[in-house]
Ligand binder design. Structure first.
Ligand code: ATP
Ligand code: MG
Length: 417
């Protein structure tokens, strides 16, 4: 037997309805907000992620699925959703469209990580991207999409943590202070962080190693070094959120794992699914579009892990939709009625009634057992008499009750119920 690769998962036929449930709500909400779907390729030139995610990040350093294709190009499977959108925005001249450009995606994401609960090598993200506005209202717009999605799913326990990591101007000052502090403690830190000290000290604050976390607790905080513009932006985001009744906590320790962030960063964190509790992470990245070759364009967005979202729903015993079963099963009494049953099912389907019949050649008894197991709401037995008279009985499976119906009115009768 060939096994599934480590860190990947099948979504099996009897559980895919949970994904549809989430995806349908995602589409409803993004539509309400006027976000349009963008689909970008599953793989891109490696160069895009080096520039668009950043060479000092964990993602680029340790986690990318990179390979040389037959044309000798370095190709990487998407390790996140944003860089591809930025590439597409620039390449397709989307800045020529009315701004802001509000986009969303649902995509598989590939990261070579140590598999554990809530951490896969292929996972899926729902993300939104708002390009063209530097207003704090854009930050709030994006945060509010996530908040609304959680509300629609009935999740109230997620805590919104926000922070600002400033812009290149204020971060220069901050980096100096941070480096000074970290230099004194570097001996106790992991090898990766030692390397990061010169290149990108801010990244160190995002390290998940316990010994590094211990040092980071007392490090200077970027939020204390914001320039006037960044400070003003941060205050505005907070005050708009407050006015809207969206609760949050300022968490100066959030720096996010990606290099392209500026100003606002945020996370929605769950306490119900263990150590990998961050369900959604996002923020502003005003320098990304320029970084991938476009003209400077402010942008803000988030990525949300769908597997973690599902874990939260299940941990909290919240609804995850209902199994998808056709509503009516037509049971031919014997093989003589199989064709009539099949024709009836075709007619029902053409009238938008989901219907099924026997294609196994089962006895009536075996069919009834099957229908019960699958959970059809209605069963109609079709024998010679039913066909000759054009009449049959609908068995309502929930109650066992039977209702007489003319076969040519079956679709209407089922739809009415
Ligand atoms: P973490 O700190 O848990 O590694 P991250 O900062 O790397 O997360 P992002 O790059 O912001 O995560 O991705 C957005 C969201 O995607 C995360 O908040 C999480 O819900 C989900 N996610 C990230 N990596 C994984 C993974 N390996 N398996 C499952 N979900 C993931
Ligand atoms: Mg990660």
């Amino acid at each position: 037997m060939i096994n599934i690769p480590k860190g990947t998962k099948d979504v099996l036929p009897y559980e895919s309805y949970k994904w549809h449930y989430i995806e349908n709500i995602v589409r409803e909400i993004t539509q309400k907000y006027g976000f349009l779907e963008i689909r970008t390729p599953t793989f891109e030139h490696t160069e895009l992620f080096l520039r668009g995610v950043g060479e000092t990040t964990d993602i680029v350093n340790k986690e990318m699925y990179t390979f040389i294709d037959k044309g000798n190009r370095s190709i990487t499977l998407k390790p996140e959703g944003t860089a591809g959108v930025a590439r597409s925005f620039v390449e397709n001249g989307l800045s020529e469209n009315p701004q802001p450009m509000k986009m969303y995606y649902i995509t598989p994401v590939f990261r070579y990580e140590r598999p554990q609960a809530g951490r896969l090598r292929e996972h899926h993200q729902f993300g939104v991207e708002l390009y063209g506005s530097d207003s704090p209202y854009a930050d709030v717009e994006v945060i509010s999409v996530a908040k609304n999605l959680f509300n629609a799913l009935g999740i109230t326990e997620l805590e919104l943590n926000i922070n600002s990591i400033g812009c290149p101007v204020c971060r220069a000052e901050y980096n100096k202070a941070l480096k000074e502090y970290l230099k004194e403690h570097i001996d106790g830190m992991c090898a990766t962080c030692k390397e990061r000290l010169d290149k990108n000290p801010l990244r160190i604050l995002d390290c998940k190693e316990e010994r590094c976390k211990a040092v980071n607790v007392n490090a200077p905080r970027v939020i204390d070094y914001l320039c006037d513009d960044c400070k003003q932006h941060h205050e505005s985001v907070k005050s708009i959120l407050t006015s809207l009744g969206i609760q949050f906590k300022v968490n100066p320790n959030i720096v996010r794992g990606l290099d392209y962030y500026t100003k606002t960063v945020f996370e929605f964190v769950s306490t119900s699914i263990g150590a990998q509790g961050t369900v959604c992470g996002g923020g502003r990245y005003n320098n990304l579009v320029k970084e991938v070759g476009g003209k400077p364009t402010p942008a803000v967005g988030f990525g949300m892990g769908i597997e973690r979202l599902l874990m939260v729903l299940e941990a909290l015993n919240l609804g995850v939709g209902a199994p998808e079963i056709p509503s009516v099963y037509i049971a031919p009494l014997s093989s003589d009625q199989m064709l009539d049953a099949y024709k009836l099912v075709a007619e029902l389907r053409s009238k938008n009634v989901s219907a099924d019949t026997d294609i196994m050649g089962r006895s009536l008894k075996a069919q009834m057992k099957y229908a019960g197991k699958r959970g059809y709401a209605y069963v109609v037995v079709l024998g010679e008499n039913e066909i000759n008279e054009g009449k049959a009985k609908i068995k309502i499976m929930a109650t066992g009750e039977e209702v007489a119906v003319e076969l040519n009115k079956l679709a209407e009768e089922i739809s009415r119920r």
